[in-house]
Ligand binder design. Structure first.
Ligand code: FAQ
Length: 308
């Protein structure tokens, strides 16, 4: 078998493509694109909730939030390592992010206005992330699929802490309940947009599904997320801000309204409420950390010199 046949055979048999294996250049480029975007999302995703660490209402909430934000840093680093197995350079990926040449998830361009947002991010944003990422555990590229297993376990804890926070607030004062409802109203539609454009406007889906990088389409996963979230909203006692939401017995799924796809396009192209702030913060962190990278590289070079 030649290289191309071996690759096709690996995919057909549902086996993993590993870093040492031959792969088509387009497969490598697609994997780097998705893994890098995913890593950038985790790193930029630390910012919206990170803003609340110093303002958490109790020591317990602060400890939980700190642990969650640290987990996201870990996911980002883990994913950059997966991208490196494809030949990508971590510094180059960061430069591309800062220069706006690579994307990160639209969801992290919305502001966190109250502590209820921390709970809603856990419930809805981590919930959507899990829905999207559980099938990615079976993604055809080995290092990415294996990274997803650990990441999904941690995201499940994140979702539970968010839901528990919201349950606590819903059992509190009318003002606390209003804060939760307000946060749900603001985050519901952007959470649905996390799954990407509708299938008929998703240029990458067909090839990514043929290569078994993606296992389900954007719309399939969005539907799964809606079906999962409606009973959770009922148990919580909040209203999801969609008048078209209703159970469709024939389909066995909830019908729901259409997200504002123009808004998604605007946010992806850099014109969301917080895009400039998020990138400016990331740029500053990169500049502030430059001396550490330089010192580490100098130390490594000196050690290598001593050994030889
Ligand atoms: N935001 O053809 P498709 C997290 C881009 S979870 C920004 O459908 P594809 C955990 C897309 O890249 C969030 N861009 O693309 C956490 C493409 O652009 P390109 C991260 C979007 O790849 C929780 C173009 O639109 N999760 O961080 C978005 O087949 C809480 C056309 O789209 C992942 O990255 C969007 N929402 O499907 C952290 C999961 N949607 O590259 C902190 C892995 C689409 O051609 C707190 N990624 N685009 O220039 C995926 O599953 C896929 O890449 C999709 C997009 C589903 C996101």
């Amino acid at each position: 078998m030649n290289d191309e046949q071996t690759f096709a055979d690996t995919i057909a048999k549902d086996q993993r493509v590993e870093p040492r294996d031959w792969m088509p250049e387009a497969y490598r480029r697609t994997m780097i694109r998705q893994v890098a975007q995913h890593a950038h999302s985790e790193i930029i995703g630390m910012q919206p909730e990170g803003e609340w660490i110093t303002r958490a209402p109790s020591l317990r909430r602060k400890a939980i939030l700190l642990a969650k934000v640290q987990d996201e840093a870990g996911h980002g680093l883990y994913l950059y390592s997966a991208a490196e197995t494809l030949g990508a350079d971590r510094g180059d990926l960061t430069r591309r992010l800062i220069e706006g040449r690579q994307k990160y998830s639209s969801i992290f361009n919305y502001p966190t206005l109250s502590f209820a947002d921390v709970g809603v991010i856990g419930w809805l944003v981590d919930g959507a992330a899990i829905c999207n990422q559980v099938p990615l555990c079976r993604s055809s590229y080995g290092p990415y699929g294996r990274a997803m297993i650990r990441i999904c376990k941690e995201e499940s804890f994140h979702q539970r802490q968010g839901y528990e926070l919201l349950m606590t607030m819903m059992g509190g004062t009318p003002a606390q309940r209003e804060m939760v409802q307000d946060a749900v109203d603001r985050w519901w539609w952007p959470s649905l947009m996390m799954f990407g454009p509708p299938d008929d406007q998703s240029p990458n889906s067909a090839q990514s599904m043929a290569w078994k990088i993606k296992r389900h389409s954007n719309d399939e996963l969005r539907q799964r997320f809606v079906d999962m979230s409606v009973p959770q909203a009922e148990a919580l006692g909040v209203t999801l801000p969609d008048p078209e939401l209703s159970w469709n017995a024939e389909r066995g799924h909830y019908d729901f309204g259409t997200p504002d796809w123009d808004e998604l396009k605007r946010v992806i192209s850099g014109d969301g409420p917080c895009n400039a702030q998020r990138i400016a913060h990331r740029r500053k962190a990169d500049e502030d950390g430059a001396w550490v990278r330089e010192a580490a590289a100098a130390h490594a070079a000196r050690k290598a010199g001593t050994r030889s």
